[in-house]
Ligand binder design. Sequence first.
Ligand code: SAH
Length: 264
Amino acid sequence: MNKFNPGATAGRLAGRVWLVGAGPGDPELITLKAVRVLGLADVILLDDLANSALLTHAGPRARVIRVGKRGGCRSTPQAFITRLMVREASRGRQVVRLKGGDPSVFGRAAEEIDACRRAGIACEIVPGITSASAAAAALGTPLTDRDHARGVAFVTGHAKPGGPDPDWAALAASGLTLVVYMGLSRAQLIADALLAAGRPPGLPVAIVERASLPGERVIPTTLAGLADTLVSQAVLSPAVLVVGEALDVALAAVAEPLQRVGIA
Ligand code: SAH
């Protein structure tokens, strides 16, 4: 039996689910594998952070269903998306769930994988470039640095309702560069928690809005100035907050940005 295709009958693919990373926005930042999988899809469930320009890779028979789920906006409930995905795959269809960034980073993949497992449907993750990597590119800096940050933590600013917040004190003590996803609405709380845990008010923070997309902005600030900067610069989602000493060099250079090559 083919591991990617259990239950296939002669000449016909069994239905299955692909959780595909669309990358951070720039339609060139997608993998060749994702492009191939889009080409064989019968159904594409399109996340609203996935660039719809990527649909040019879809085959002619693909049915596209938009299932945006942005926090706070009109959204398709996760349970509905999961049911739809399983139903279509059970009918023998190739279902592609196209998600922004990497499906394994704050992508609600656990529920979807679990539903496939319970329904006996083959499911595979096709990794993508996560927004933290696109933010590093926008900043022209690595997220890790031998002198300042031995590692990086991806954290959510927006815990599951009723769920525990990230342990900000432990993160503050870790010396890791922090990349905070979904952190805009709770930025004040996050900055306060890091300050209370002993991080200096002048610790560099970069707000990276629309990383890799037209209108991308890199806004330098500090832990103490974060909340005010978000308001004064009218920062909008999607954006990540990058926090840590590893940014010192990058932010000093914002006044004199790295000349990016750009491939026409
Ligand atoms: N799976 C995605 C993250 C989904 S959570 C990934 O790997 O990137 C949604 C959050 O991702 C947004 O609230 C924002 O914090 C971040 N995000 C997504 N696209 C972004 C972009 N182009 N620029 C900056 N942040 C982005």
